[in-house]
Design a protein around this ligand. Structure first.
Ligand SMILES: Cc1cc2nc3c(=O)[nH]c(=O)nc-3n(C[C@H](O)[C@H](O)[C@H](O)COP(=O)(O)O)c2cc1C
Length: 197
């Protein structure tokens, strides 16, 4: 298994640096109940007006939904995600009925909120002993068809969830990439007051 040598510059809970996105999965299976336990964490994400615009479409490896979703991934992602235990598509509803209104309107925060839900899912998965790996590399039309995406919904990511395996399980070209990545220093992404003119 790959060592994770990440060091935080400020004290934070261990889960934030311990979670990362491997591609090597064992052939473990996940039960629907276990998967729902991970999605439960995502359910509790905050969202504008508490509209909860995220939608999760999931398939367990080998079930009827699996192949259409796997097949819509880019070939590179298929090459490793095919061993995952579950694939979860993160989508969101773009419209909602705001509190006090009777007509639906555009929800300006649906993408932000769906991203928060994905983050919660990833952290819960890690804490429950599962690895997760998000992918934007998929054919949007094919994925919309695979999950029968309703109108007024957009796709954001596919997430492979599985038990992390040894890097040697991967094709050789991918083995060297099986490491926990670093981050930019906070000084490059946090601005006190305002960006410099
Ligand atoms: C929205 C999103 C899309 C991503 N798309 C892909 C992808 O298509 N294929 C892939 O191998 N990794 C993909 N990644 C994984 C990122 O490369 C990875 O999260 C990033 O390098 C940070 O590494 P870490 O998750 O291990 O901390 C994606 C991640 C996110 C959040």
């Amino acid at each position: 298994m790959t060592a994770n040598t990440r060091q935080a510059d400020h004290p934070i809970a261990e889960v934030f640096t311990a979670r990362w996105s491997p591609r090597a999965f064992t052939d473990a299976t996940i039960s629907e109940q276990e998967l729902l336990g991970l999605l439960e964490a995502a359910r509790w994400a905050p969202s504008a007006f508490n509209a909860q615009p995220w939608r999760f479409i999931y398939a367990l490896r080998g079930d009827a939904g699996w192949q259409p979703i796997l097949g819509a991934l880019m070939p590179f992602n298929q090459s490793w995600a095919e061993k995952a235990s579950a694939l979860v598509i993160i989508a969101s509803a773009t419209r909602f009925t705001a509190p006090g209104k009777t007509e639906a309107s555009d929800n300006g925060s649906h993408t932000f909120d769906a991203g928060t839900a994905w983050g919660y899912l990833a952290l819960q998965a890690h804490m429950a002993g599962w690895a997760s790996h998000a992918m934007a590399g998929f054919d949007r039309q094919a994925m919309a068809k695979a999950v029968n995406l309703p109108e007024d919904h957009v796709l954001h990511a596919a997430v492979a969830i599985g038990k992390q395996g040894d890097a040697s399980l991967l094709p050789e070209a991918l083995q060297a990439r099986e490491v926990a990545s670093p981050r930019l220093p906070l000084s490059e992404t946090a601005v006190h007051g305002a960006f410099k003119a």
